[in-house]
Design a protein around this ligand. Structure first.
Ligand SMILES: Nc1nc2c(ncn2[C@@H]2O[C@H](COP(=O)(O)OP(=O)(O)OP(=O)(O)O)[C@@H](O)[C@H]2O)c(=O)[nH]1
Ligand SMILES: [Mg+2]
Length: 331
């Protein structure tokens, strides 16, 4: 690796706020870095940019692999930029280090949007722990907002915990699903349905149209039975086709109505405040864990305690108490 030049904070902030794409790219690379010196610079950068962030509409988009997330973002993104909006697309895929497929996939599937100067597409950084991915994504949202993007679309693949994480950092959570045969609720976890503001049945075109309409009716019935996440907003169900454009206007209409309702009631700001507090606690937990893992005394104790727990000589709780005591009493 060798030595790398430190990030030029003043210049970085100025260029990024002026809308310089290269500066934005460098800033994102900085927050994605796991080097400790970069971490310090990244914290300073985000701190400096925070006053310029927060104005964008943040939309999370999830669904099973192949449901049509990237294709929808390509179609929707083009409509938004045509309407004068600047659109940033971020991908969150904690599994991409293993599969290696999604990064390339997203680039090839958003070719039109990727070429548009009013759009900015950032593929998922490769892998890492979910906590690290969450942090990088939150910070990247701050960066693209400071760079003047009006809409931030966060695509995440609908497997594992990444959806809940994304739902926690966006204003609107869109869940995509396919029309299947029979039991439509299969394939979507109840916990995800409870988080969604809008559920959309994709690929409603050609032979699939009737099935999509039927699926919509079934989902409407199912969602009506769920406790609403927000007092002012009942989750809706729609159909769409990224190929024909069917349903795309209605989809965006719902996003805007949702914003108007939540802003009117004060829930918008309240939610964002809650999300910031969530971020604070996440950061505290991450920091504590890092400090714990780095601590020499803890490491020494852990080597023997892990062995004792593994062979059943000590209970995990007793061992944990000893590790914490060693950590908290260090001089
Ligand atoms: N007929 C039809 N096909 C679609 C539509 N949207 C996407 N597809 C096709 O479905 C496949 C998967 O689409 P993607 O947009 O890559 O799906 P994705 O959800 O982003 O997939 P991952 O990123 O791998 O999780 C592609 O072959 C698309 O061409 C649609 O509206 N209609
Ligand atoms: Mg995709």
């Amino acid at each position: 690796m060798g030595r790398r030049r430190r990030f030029d904070l003043d210049h970085g902030v100025e260029a990024l706020c002026a809308g310089d794409r290269a500066a934005l790219g460098r800033a994102i690379t900085l927050v994605e870095s796991r080097r400790e010196a970069d971490r310090i610079d990244a914290d300073a950068l985000v701190h400096r940019l925070l006053p310029y962030a927060g104005q964008a509409l943040r939309v999370g988009i999830t669904g099973m692999p192949g449901v049509g997330k990237s294709t929808l973002i390509e179609a929707l993104g083009q409509r938004l930029v045509a309407a004068g909006q600047r659109v940033a697309v971020l991908a969150v895929d904690p599994s991409s280090a293993r599969s290696g497929g999604s990064i390339l996939g997203d680039k090839t599937r958003m070719t039109q949007l990727a070429r548009d100067p009013r759009a900015f597409i950032r593929p998922s950084p490769s892998g890492g722990a979910l906590g690290g991915v969450a942090r990088r994504t939150r910070e990247t949202i701050v960066l693209v907002e400071a760079a003047g993007y009006d809409v931030v679309l966060v695509e995440t693949v609908g497997v594992g915990q990444s959806e809940v994480m994304v739902a926690n950092m966006v204003d609107f959570f869109l869940v995509l699903t396919l029309a299947g045969g029979g039991d439509e609720l299969q394939g979507i976890k109840r916990g995800i349905l409870e988080l969604c503001d809008l559920l959309v049945v994709t690929k409603a075109d050609g032979d699939n149209m009737q099935a999509a309409r039927r699926a919509r009716a079934e989902y409407e019935g199912a969602l009506a039975l769920m406790p609403p996440r927000s007092p002012g907003w009942k989750p809706r169900v729609g159909i769409c086709s990224a190929v024909t454009g069917e349903g795309l206007d209605a989809l965006w209409q719902a996003v805007q109505e949702h914003r108007a309702v939540l802003r009117g009631s004060g829930e918008w700001e309240r939610r964002r405040g809650e999300q910031r507090v969530h971020w604070l606690w996440q950061s505290i937990r991450d920091g504590l864990q890092e400090a714990l893992e780095r601590d020499d005394g803890v490491r020494r104790r852990l080597a023997e305690l892990e062995q004792a727990v593994r062979n059943g000589a000590t209970s995990p709780d007793v061992a944990a108490a000893q590790v914490l005591a060693a950590f908290l009493s260090r001089g």
